[in-house]
Design a protein. Structure first.
Length: 282
């Protein structure tokens, strides 16, 4: 195989960047402490916890469970508790409920680390070597529509019907064009619903792909590519009004702890990245 005439490219070179920016603290899911009881209840947040009424600071005598799907018994009796006791109970309940989304695999503890960071991190960005490892697995997916496959096929496409086009179009532009038609790596596979990744990274807010280096050899070529990603560990109003998410106490507790003005736990940016190497050798 001979290499494209315009294989040279100045590195590092940003090949792709999402429209959503990094560090977007103005996003709705990054807001906190901005709602009162009336506003929260207007969003349907009447039944938050199965153990406490966080509006009244009352610990139930008996756990609040539905009698029939969608219907609850009248509010059980209970005892008054302090604000701090209520916070402890809500976070413990959130931890327990996270098991429904993180039952198996090596990444199931990430969500527990993130819940702890939500409580104690005061909005500082979150990093996890385990999350980086999970992202690296997705980045190196060889699906034909994956970014790494698009990069490989574009660099190798130096002959055939596109050879004339490739002669005059810089490699940087061809790669950028190809990546806009790729499927970005995400944690949205079926397995992610129970392995802890889907709940830890609901949807990747921003991504950036950078070509760090590209080398040609007598017998082939090799490129190193950096994938950077950022998500928001926070819920917006659209999330909690969703028929899917609003049915889970986990999300109702999360939204309450984040948005109620008397609790106001800060959402945070989740940062993760991965290196990928791609090439062809004869």
């Amino acid at each position: 195989m001979h290499h494209p005439l315009n294989l040279s490219i100045e590195c590092p070179c940003t090949l792709f960047r999402t429209i959503n920016p990094f560090g977007d603290y103005s996003a709705d899911d990054m807001q906190y402490g901005n709602m009162n009881e009336q506003q929260l209840k207007a969003l349907g947040l009447n039944d938050i916890s199965g153990l406490v009424d966080p509006y009244r600071l009352v610990y139930y005598d008996f756990p609040r469970v539905p009698i029939i799907y969608g219907e609850y018994s009248s509010s059980p009796g209970g005892r008054k508790i302090s604000h701090q006791e209520c916070v402890n109970i809500l976070f413990n309940e959130m931890m327990e409920l996270s098991h429904d989304f993180s039952r198996i695999g090596e990444y199931q503890n990430i969500i527990k680390e993130m819940i702890s960071h939500f409580r104690y991190g005061n909005g500082k960005p979150f990093y996890s070597s385990s999350l980086n490892a999970a992202f690296e697995n997705r980045v190196n997916d060889l699906d034909p529509k994956s970014p790494i496959s698009k990069i490989k096929s574009t660099i190798e496409d130096d002959s055939g019907p596109n050879s004339y086009w490739n002669t005059y179009m810089p490699l940087e532009d061809r790669l950028e064009f190809a990546l806009h038609r790729s499927m970005l790596p995400k944690f949205n596979q079926m397995i992610d619903r129970i392995n802890g990744l889907g709940i830890a990274v609901h949807d990747i807010h921003a991504q950036k792909i950078t070509l760090l280096s590209i080398e040609t050899y007598a017998m082939g070529w090799e490129a190193e590519v950096l994938f950077e990603a950022q998500d928001h560990f926070g819920l917006d109003c659209t999330d909690i009004k969703s028929e899917l998410y609003s049915q889970f106490r986990f999300f109702r507790i999360w939204f309450f702890l984040q948005r109620h003005r008397d609790y106001a736990f800060r959402p945070f940016l989740t940062n993760f990245s991965a290196l990928a190497r791609v090439g062809s050798y004869k």
